[in-house]
Design a protein around this ligand. Structure first.
Ligand SMILES: [Zn+2]
Ligand SMILES: [Zn+2]
Length: 131
């Protein structure tokens, strides 16, 4: 059974979450609707623009960019996001308020945060500098 392709929300286009490998044979739009919806909820709560660095990654691209083998990006359940107006710490605080992320994965980096809707709690801090 083929799942319906995810659709855009008020502030996010599905293309923003597409795989960036550029290969013809790539599925491109493997992102799951539940992830986009949760990012939209975060956008509504934060009230500021949120940028998507990485959403769905095909296994080939995931390996290329050094992603973990069982990456939630490959499952279409994750996004790496950042904000001009908020620090990663502040963005993470908002993400903790969204049930899908509170009960999912949140990783903090220098550039922003990783969020995913894996359905169980996971937290990590990969910042190499603190201000
Ligand atoms: Zn790809
Ligand atoms: Zn990520």
């Amino acid at each position: 059974m083929q799942e319906a392709m995810a659709h855009s929300t008020k502030n996010f286009k599905v293309t923003e979450f597409a795989c960036k490998c550029g290969r013809f044979e790539c599925l491109h739009y493997g992102i799951k609707q539940e992830l986009i919806n949760a990012v939209q909820k975060l956008r509504d709560l934060a009230g500021v623009a949120i940028f998507v660095n990485s959403g769905y990654r095909c296994p080939w691209w995931n390996e290329k960019v050094g992603g973990e083998k069982n990456s939630m990006h490959v499952k279409g359940l994750a996004a790496d996001i950042w904000c001009e107006e908020l620090t990663p710490e502040e963005l993470k605080k908002f993400a903790e308020e969204i049930p899908e992320f509170a009960n999912g994965g949140i990783g903090i980096y220098n550039w922003g945060i990783h969020v995913d809707v894996r359905g169980r709690r996971a937290r990590w801090d990969r910042r190499t500098k603190r201000k």
